[in-house]
Design a binder for this molecule. Sequence first.
Ligand SMILES: [Zn+2]
Length: 289
Amino acid sequence: MPSPAYRGRLAPSPTGYLHLGHARTFWTAQLRARAAGGALVLRNEDLDGARCRPEYVAAMLEDLRWFGFDWQEGPDCGGPHAPYDQSARLELYRAAFERLRAAGLVYPCACSRRDIAESAAAPHENGLGGGDEPLYSGRCRPENLDAAERDRRTAWPRAGHSWRFRVTDRERIQFTDTALGPQSAVAGETFGDFVVWRREDLPSYQLAVTVDDAAMGITEVVRGADLLVSTFRQLLLYRALGLDAPQFHHCPLMLDEHGRRLAKRHDALSLRALRAAGRTPESLRAERR
Ligand SMILES: [Zn+2]
């Protein structure tokens, strides 16, 4: 029996116009919330200050309404877990980060993007399509530093470098996806120590969504299969923070005519462009490929 306490969420990021791929995944989220007699939360994932723009937030709300989405809590209608804009929730993320730091579960990483690319091992092929980011070498792990450098770093502030969550090498992490069935990954092989706090003094995606999904009482996360590897990272964060993890439901990604993942650069498939071309939400929802 579906649980009446089901809580799902739509979590778009206003870095461009929503495209049909997002809408398809979100539609699955809405159908599952409705089928369970549950609630749907809209969360505005606007932490990327350089790329998020207010006009995209307004467009996002308009495009979602046009497509037929209907949420019960969100930045435009409020709710018991307000605010629903991530940029207004920084205190919560900082508190979670400080808990991880106090527990000795994170360490500062001074590597540049280039250092990481050059020293990274290729993620093992494991049927998950490899890693979604380079496998971090562990070069800033405290035991890989000399004593003087280790001491120096204990005085480092939160900002100015990133902070990585330390995984337990060779630990197998498993969960049952409500779409894909049993899933399994090995820490240190499928993915390595991952960033939870960014040098710009902001939480990483991994930390922010974990904190929010727990705080907002989300019971099932429906999202694209490109985030499957991230789910293992987030499961480690739920455990480290003593939070109950939701269920996960990963949807196949929509591909373009060349078999590539749709991205926001596919302007012709933005909901705005489709609407301007005379497409109706009904026809877009019914179309499958
Ligand atoms: Zn490093």
